[in-house]
Design a protein around this ligand. Structure first.
Ligand code: ADP
Ligand code: MG
Length: 614
């Protein structure tokens, strides 16, 4: 009855294996960490089942351990765990056919030049790291389910894999790697790698019969007993990272809930490399027993960059993973943790250079928090950083610092969206602020405008788009170039007639200095940025009406004075010039989605202004 089934690897996994097999020499050792981490996961899952009343477990008395052995003559590396094992269906699902969303993300990141195969574990495809060192891998496994069968899975990591039923297997999983060379068949080498990455596995690991790790979970120790290296190694183990963390927090709370937690912020946010959303990686324990790995609901989504462990004695041990998901207890833990993390990040933000690095990596998550988490948005807003007219180059400011610099008569927080600092400083909207010496926040990412509009106010000050700000300048003393009141009236009427439906209002501006004209987005409509974002998200249907802008002219500008004269001498040309001024202002405000449209008129004008002499 032992019938071998042949399976092909799904295309993405085959591609992934191709890369893994050709990984760099220095990356190969990572397979040890990944296989040990899977063995520990399998043991932790069994430990959880042992606590769950009514679960029948095959070989219930078998101790939870991890055994590693090496054989230099046979060129093999073997790892055995006594965890939950896998059924045939689980073998197929976990080791080969069903798309792991992680495999695609990993492929994308590794194709980027920055790709580092050592990060493989972060993408949920760590098992395949075995093929970095092995020419073939054999997995013998027996599920904890009393009525399950044993199976052997083998593969050369190229074409596919085979699954054969096997008799008399013990509970758990045994993985044998037929190595390509003897390096990883050396006990010394393996011991070195285990010590490097897996010192914190909470089950005894034996190497060729000798214990190699310390097994007390780190978070149950006193902070004074833990060295910086301990924390860093622990992070590298749970975070599948090769670098240490950027920030760490070890805290214990007794009230309102008993919580022990060690949390880390990684140096890099993988979302920036892969463009795909990452999963939070904080594991939930109760009295050292793993309840849920990567526990959903433990933190709000916008804190998904955190890695670490949370142990709460208040959780009922026999709670099922499903009911855990929506329990009110989990919500309480979430609230306590979120508050603590916000406080932690605020403390860390005092070292502003280091914090700038943090914000460059994880800032997009915080912004998402402001836009989506009503109850914490004020607290998160304190953690945001922006470029502004006060900062230089890439330096940023907090909203609190902005507020502290506001002069008495400056009442609101102003922000301006432009592709970069130069464009922001050159834009007509900025003129009035420069003239007054008031600071403006510069937003380069169109989504930031959305975030600030959503935040609405900070420290009691309303956040206002510069284009909508209601601020006036005194007209200059020297009005030699300027138009008189009656000239302004006449020109405004002429422009209204000329622009017709394109604008909702024409008026003399009280806030322009160096530009002839500006358009202001009227309130109510969807602004240009929002419309662009909706289009980017493919939501053409929900595009609101573009609000008709208001046109403001600068009565003290030479072009405007010239236009007033021109409309009496050559009305046709004056209309064309007026149309061009409106186009220019619209482009500058980002209200014309395709600026190419305005060039036809411009060329026509140029032709008139530069007549060919015959
Ligand atoms: P991850 O561990 O992030 O899920 P891996 O590629 O390392 O990704 O492992 C894939 C899956 O294979 C695991 O989620 C688990 O279900 C299964 N698996 C791997 N090794 C073992 C093992 N030793 N015992 C039981 N299941 C395992
Ligand atoms: Mg794994």
């Amino acid at each position: 009855m032992s019938k071998t089934e042949k399976h092909e690897f799904q295309a993405e996994i085959a591609q992934l294996l191709e890369i893994v097999i050709h990984s760099l020499y220095t990356e190969k050792e990572i397979f040890v960490r990944e296989l040990i981490s899977n063995a520990a996961d399998a043991n932790e899952k069994l430990q959880f089942l042992q606590q769950t009343a009514g679960t029948e477990i095959f070989e219930a008395d078998r101790a939870l351990s991890i055994h590693v052995s090496t054989d230099e003559t046979a060129k093999t590396f073997t790892i055995v765990d006594t965890g939950i094992g896998m059924t045939q269906a689980e073998l197929v699902e976990n080791l080969g056919t069903i798309a792991h969303s992680g495999s695609k993300a990993f492929l994308e990141q590794i194709k980027e030049s920055k790709g580092d195969a050592r990060l493989i574990g972060q993408f949920g495809v760590g098992f395949y790291a075995a093929f970095m060192a092995a020419e073939s891998v054999t997995v013998s496994t027996r599920s904890y389910r009393p009525d399950a069968q044993g199976y052997v899975w083998t593969s050369d990591g190229k074409t596919g894999y085979e699954i054969t039923p096997a008799e008399n297997l013990e509970r758990g999983t045994k993985i044998v790697l037929q190595l390509r060379d003897t390096e990883f068949a050396s006990a010394f080498r393996i011991e070195e790698v285990i010590k490097k990455y897996s010192n914190f596995v909470s089950f005894p690991i034996e190497l060729n019969g000798n214990p190699v790790n310390t097994i007390q979970p780190l978070w149950t120790k006193n902070r004074s007993e833990i060295s910086d290296e301990d924390y860093t190694e622990f992070y590298k183990y749970i975070g599948h990272d090769v670098n240490g963390p950027q920030y760490r927090l070890h805290f214990n709370a007794d009230a309102p809930l008993s919580i022990k937690a060690i949390l880390f912020v990684p140096e890099r946010n993988t979302e920036l490399m892969t463009m795909s959303r990452q999963e939070g990686e904080v594991h939930l324990y109760c009295k050292r027993v793993l309840i849920t790995a990567k526990a959903k609901g433990l933190f709000p989504e916008w804190l998904r960059f955190l890695k670490g462990v949370v142990d709460s004695e208040d959780l009922p041990l026999n709670i099922s993973r499903e009911t855990m998901q929506d329990s009110s207890l989990l919500r309480k833990i979430n609230e306590v943790l979120t508050k603590r993390v916000l406080k932690w990040l605020e403390e860390e933000s005092k070292d502003s250079d280091k914090y700038a690095k943090f914000f460059a990596q994880h800032g997009h998550c915080l912004k998402e928090g402001v836009a989506t988490d009503w109850s914490h948005k004020e607290a998160i807003a304190k953690l945001l950083r922006f470029k502004s007219s006060h900062t230089e180059g890439d330096a940023t400011t907090s909203l609190a610092d902005y507020v502290s610099r506001m002069p008495e008569e400056h009442k609101e927080i102003y922000f301006l969206h432009a592709p970069d600092r130069e464009a922001a400083e050159a834009s007509p909207e900025f003129e009035v602020f420069r003239a007054k010496g008031w600071e403006v926040i510069f937003l380069e990412d169109p989504r930031d405008e959305f975030v600030l509009e959503h935040l609405h106010s900070f420290d009691g000050k309303t956040l206002v788009a510069a284009a909508k700000a209601d601020i006036k300048l005194e007209r200059p003393e020297d009005r030699s170039k300027g138009l008189s009141e009656s000239q302004v009236e006449g020109l405004v009427a002429f422009l209204k007639a000329t622009f017709g439906e394109r604008v909702s209002e024409v008026r003399a501006s009280e806030r322009l200095v160096g530009s002839p004209a500006v358009v202001r987005e009227a309130d109510g409509g969807m602004n240009a940025n929002m419309r662009r974002m909706m289009k980017m998200m493919g939501k053409e249907d929900s595009l609101g009406l573009a609000a008709k802008p208001e046109f403001e002219l600068n009565p003290d500008h030479g072009i405007i004075a010239g236009l007033e004269q021109l409309r009496h001498s050559d009305e046709g040309l004056a209309r064309q010039l007026a149309g061009q001024l409106l186009d220019n202002a619209m482009v500058s405000a980002g209200l014309i989605e395709d600026p190419r449209a305005v060039f036809a008129r411009l060329n026509h004008l140029l032709e008139k202004l530069i007549p060919v002499k015959s």
